[in-house]
Every structure is written in C-alpha cells, then in structure tokens.
Ligand binder design. Structure first.
Ligand SMILES: [Cu+2]
Length: 167
C-alpha cells in the first residue's frame, strides 16, 4: 500500500466533495432582475420557472422589500387557492435565500392581500443531483447535454482522485 495516511485521504475526499458542491449548486434569483413582486402578468413566475431544472442544494433568492411582500412556503392546495392561513413557513424579512434540501414539488406564495391571486406565486419541482432531467425547450440557451457531461466529467475526476490515493 502507498504511504498515504487516512487523514490525507479524508482531506482529499472533503476537497473533492467541495468541488462537486461548486459544480452542482446553482443560485437562482426568483424573477431575476424583477425580483419577488406582485407581477403585472399573472403567469410571470410560472414562465420564469418553466425552463429551469432545480436540484438539491440549489438556492432560491427572493428579493423583496421587508413589509411590501413576504415568502410563505405552502401546500399545493394553498398555492392553488392562494390560502394564506397556516403556511408551512413564513419569511417576512427580505431578501431571503432558501436552500432546496428536499426533492419534489415546492410551493411559495406572497401572503399580502391580493398578491398571490395576481400571480406572486411560484411552484417548482426539485430533482436529485443524479437526475439529469433536461429543461424544457423554451428559452433555454444552454444545451442540456453540456451540463450533463460537465457533471459526468467532475464525477470521473473525483473517482480518479480517490482511486489514485488508495493505490
Ligand atoms: Cu407580495
């Protein structure tokens, strides 16, 4: 066996994992430069999310002025009906950045009267890192294959480092 200590292996693993993290996580600003507002077009946030694939550890930044808006994490029913009673979580100080740490459907609304029904609501689906679901064709400028191969390359490099250290 090579004279590599367990500590060195662990350091290499941590560094590799940190690199994977950088490769994987994307930081989204909801609505981009528009931010989190009552939109003039009720489909604005639906359209914003339509061409994106959200992964575990991606972040969502809701950019809003404290007091003017808020962010409530809600159920699908509450999202559909714009019900503001008993949200799962409520963030009233803006801006707020949330890390996506579970897969599946996630629903967000603003609880200020009239805002959700005007379209200040966001529904997204979060997939696992290994799920290379491709974005929809509309408005996508980056070919999905490029992102997938980048992830594959990073993983290959990670395995190369681990194997190189062990033998
Ligand atoms: Cu609002």
């Amino acid at each position: 066996m090579a004279r590599i200590s367990m500590a060195e292996v662990i350091v290499a693993l941590v560094l590799s994992a940190a690199m994977l993290q950088v490769t994987y996580a994307e930081d989204y600003t909801v609505g981009d430069s528009t931010g989190w507002v009552r939109p003039s077009d009720s489909t604005f946030y639906t359209n914003w999310a339509a061409d994106k694939v959200f992964h575990i550890n991606d972040t969502l930044a809701f950019d809003f002025t404290t007091g003017a808006h808020d962010v409530a994490i809600v159920t699908k029913d509450a999202y559909d009906s714009c019900s503001t009673t008993n949200p799962t979580q409520l963030f009233q100080t803006g801006p707020v950045t949330l890390t996506l740490n579970s897969t599946g459907e996630h629903y967000y609304i603003c609880t200020i009267t009239g805002h959700c029904s005007a379209g200040q609501k966001l529904a997204i689906n979060v997939v696992a890192d290994s799920d290379n679901t491709t974005p929809g064709p509309s408005g996508s400028t980056t070919p999905p294959s490029a992102a997938s191969s980048s992830r594959g390359f990073t993983f290959a490099f990670f395995m190369f480092v681990v194997i190189g250290l062990l033998f």
